[in-house]
Design a protein around this ligand. Structure first.
Ligand SMILES: Nc1ncnc2c1ncn2[C@@H]1O[C@H](COP(=O)(O)OP(=O)(O)OP(=O)(O)O)[C@@H](O)[C@H]1O
Ligand SMILES: [Mg+2]
Length: 251
């Protein structure tokens, strides 16, 4: 196996006549914990969706674990979508959502072992109480936890997280961060996490990707948040007011 988890070459995505991702060349090593940072509409979710084959690139190439995307087995990639944008009208309860990540299908008979596996994963993330609730009835934070349980149960090698801590309470946020760190440090899972919280990004991850249609920066987190990099990433769309960049102090 190559020592990188993800390699993109000239990755370009267009919707209609709009270029959303422009010639992204990046190599992400196995075991890295990457924060993806950029303004609204900068292509962060689209980048994750391209890795998941949900969005088709107009040009360029993506390899994950050295393989073409159609050779990736179900369960190799865990995904927690951006909760506020997903359609959750689909009739399923938490257990079924967890098992959809393990068996890669929604319907069919669930064995006792399956239910045990799903319940165990839900317990790990503190979501056992709403195991039989419909996903349409869960709060955003509860649904985040169920999606994390889904990842836990499927044992992925790569974890793609789209704002996993946005809109959840502080206790839930620290649980989520601990769970993600466990994936990364104890299980050696490569993690890509979209976040608007630069401070969390700085403290939890080891690499940072600054994105604004183009790749502004990819590398060590210590050199990422320079004034110049942040200006290039965020100064756009004719901001009239002065924006001061920097990290909040963090205990
Ligand atoms: N299916 C689609 N069809 C057309 N345009 C799309 C589609 N999906 C995304 N876009 C556009 O692509 C751009 C990037 O969207 P994306 O969701 O990747 O941004 P983002 O960086 O995740 O933003 P946010 O921080 O708000 O989540 C936006 O301008 C968006 O309107
Ligand atoms: Mg997004």
């Amino acid at each position: 196996m190559p020592d990188y988890a993800i390699k993109t070459s000239g990755l370009t995505v267009e919707f209609g006549n709009n270029i959303i991702l422009d010639n992204i060349n990046v190599e992400i090593e196995n075991g890295d914990f990457v924060a993806i940072v950029g303004p609204n509409g900068s292509g962060k979710t689209t980048f994750l969706k391209a890795l998941l084959s949900i969005v088709k690139p107009s040009s360029g190439e993506i390899k994950i674990f050295g393989k073409e995307l159609d050779k990736i087995k179900p369960g190799e990639i865990g995904y927690v979508p951006q909760i506020k944008t997903i359609d959750r009208s689909f009739p399923a309860n938490s257990i079924e959502l967890v098992l959809s990540g393990v068996r890669n299908r929604w319907l069919g008979v669930k064995s006792r072992e399956d239910k045990k596996l799903a319940l165990h994963a839900l317990e790990l993330v503190g979501a056992a109480d709403y195991a039989r609730k419909q996903i349409s009835e869960l709060s955003g934070g509860q649904l985040q936890r169920v999606y994390l349980a889904r990842c836990f149960a499927s044992n992925p090698k790569l974890l793609l997280l789209d704002e996993p801590a946005t809109g959840v309470d502080l206790v839930c946020e620290s649980t989520i961060n601990e769970l993600i760190e466990e994936f990364n440090k104890k299980r050696g899972v490569t993690v890509l996490m979209v976040t608007h919280d630069w401070t969390a990004a700085y403290h939890h991850t080891n690499k940072v990707m600054l994105l604004n249609k183009q790749l502004i920066y990819y590398g060590n987190k210590n050199e990422a948040f320079t004034e110049l990099n942040l200006m290039k990433t965020f100064s756009h769309l004719g901001h009239k007011h002065k924006v001061t960049f920097g990290l909040k102090s963090y205990e």
